[in-house]
Design a protein around this ligand. Structure first.
Ligand code: FAD
Length: 379
């Protein structure tokens, strides 16, 4: 019996499970496929940029992940606390254990405000359902002043998201006819607004056009939430009335606990084969990896079939190894009603074109497409 276990039932976990199910059935060899998740609440996280403006509801961006994978897959609702990688045993928080021959790590990233000593609840964020809802209340009650958006630490999920938030806030207050009462400032940790140069040449001019102040080389060092002042490592400081930060991120604690990684726990992963470095029969995809590309759902989407094929290759022992080419696609919202479309891989940087209405509409219809076709591994 080939025991294959997928840890995590988010974007990467459900897609890889669906792809694996199809491939493993083809081997005609006995197998058991198990998916483990601590909640089975599958969240369509791009929806946070809509729930923070009450343009969508939290309950509409969540689905029971057990309904997204085939019936024949064994579903275990429990949190992973440790993997004994030598003996290939997974320890769960319900005191049970699971043995595996092949394991896929797809437990994503978590917000980790405890990694800094300056975070407190007065700092807004839109990286959790609750955070996005709380931010909506703060925005609706905001009567004027300065909104400052910055990045708490690198890396974080969805590199465009904080820039999108700044652009949508600009549009929100324009539509509310109070933009003249609101100053918006964006602080980037880099030497430019956005990491990818070709995309930056399109988005950086938008800051000026939308009257959003941009400060570069601003890596957050400290926040005095009583005085409402933020300090950068580079020596500057700035006051604010409403602070929105991308919270520091980390991988799940069990990864460090199992000796797979150190520090923030990003899993050392071969950027092409998606095998976990230094481990046997272990692969990783999505946000949990240390691969030098965007932590994005579409990254996991294009990684999943490679892992399914590579586990299949191992089981039938055909000597083949498939390679992930770094393919990522994403919509980059520039206002309510316009978006860029970005498509790139390791070799070819994106050629984003101009913000266009049709990409905005694509993003709107993408959510049902995501749940019905992407998460279920049909496309
Ligand atoms: C505001 C925002 C906007 C975004 N916009 C986009 C976008 O436009 N396009 C795009 O491609 N991506 C976007 N993303 C990123 C995208 O949502 C993530 O990259 C994607 O969800 C990663 O998939 P994953 O499977 O790695 O992790 P996740 O989808 O986060 O899934 C991880 C799963 O693991 C489970 N889990 C965690 N720890 C354990 C444990 N110890 N034991 C058991 N289970 C566990 C969790 O319950 C969860 O179900 C956005 C993200 C945010 C926050």
């Amino acid at each position: 019996m080939n025991k294959v276990v997928v840890l995590g039932a988010g974007t990467g976990g459900t897609i890889v499970t669906n792809k694996l199910w199809k491939k493993l059935k083809k081997t005609k060899q006995p197998f058991e496929l198990t998916i483990v998740d601590k909640t089975f609440k599958h969240v369509y996280q791009p929806g946070f940029l809509f729930t923070m403006f009450n343009r969508d509801k939290t309950e509409n961006i969540m689905k029971d992940a057990r309904k997204l994978v085939p019936k024949g897959v064994k579903k275990v609702m429990a949190g992973v606390i440790r993997i004994d990688t030598e003996n290939k045993i997974i320890y769960l928080d319900n005191n049970e254990t699971l043995e595996y021959d092949y394991v896929v790590l797809a437990t994503g990233a978590r917000i980790a405000p405890e990694r800094v000593d300056w975070w407190d609840d007065s700092i807004h964020q839109f990286y959790t359902p609750e955070g996005a809802e709380k931010l909506y209340n703060a925005i609706t009650q905001f009567e004027g002043g300065k909104i400052l958006i910055a990045i708490g630490d690198l890396p974080y999920r969805c590199p465009p998201a904080p820039l999108e938030a700044a652009f949508l806030l600009d549009d929100y207050f324009r539509k509310k006819k109070m933009r003249d009462k609101v100053d918006i400032k964006f602080c980037s940790p880099l030497n430019r607004a956005f990491s990818i140069e070709t995309v930056n040449t399109v988005v950086q001019p938008l800051f000026k056009k939308k009257d959003i102040e941009l400060e570069t080389y601003f890596n957050v060092e400290d926040v005095d939430t009583e005085e409402k002042v933020i300090y950068s490592l580079e020596g500057s400081d700035d006051d604010y009335d409403l602070l929105i930060l991308v919270p520091p991120h980390a991988a799940q604690p069990y990864i460090v606990e199992s000796g797979i990684a150190e520090g923030a726990g990003w899993v050392p992963t071969d950027k092409q084969t998606l095998e976990v470095k230094g481990q046997e029969n272990m692969w990783a995809l999505g946000d949990t990896t240390d691969i030098p590309t965007s932590k994005a759902g579409s990254t996991a989407h294009y990684e999943a079939p490679i892992i399914a094929k590579n586990i299949y290759n191992k089981i039938i022992n055909n000597g083949k190894v498939d390679m992930y080419d770094g393919h990522v696609q994403c919509f980059f919202l520039t206002e309510f009603g316009k978006s860029l479309f970005i498509d790139f891989n390791y070799e070819n940087p994106p050629k984003p074109g101009k913000p266009a209405r049709h990409w905005w509409w694509f993003k709107q219809i993408f959510k049902p497409f995501y749940f019905n076709l992407v998460a279920t591994g049909k496309v």
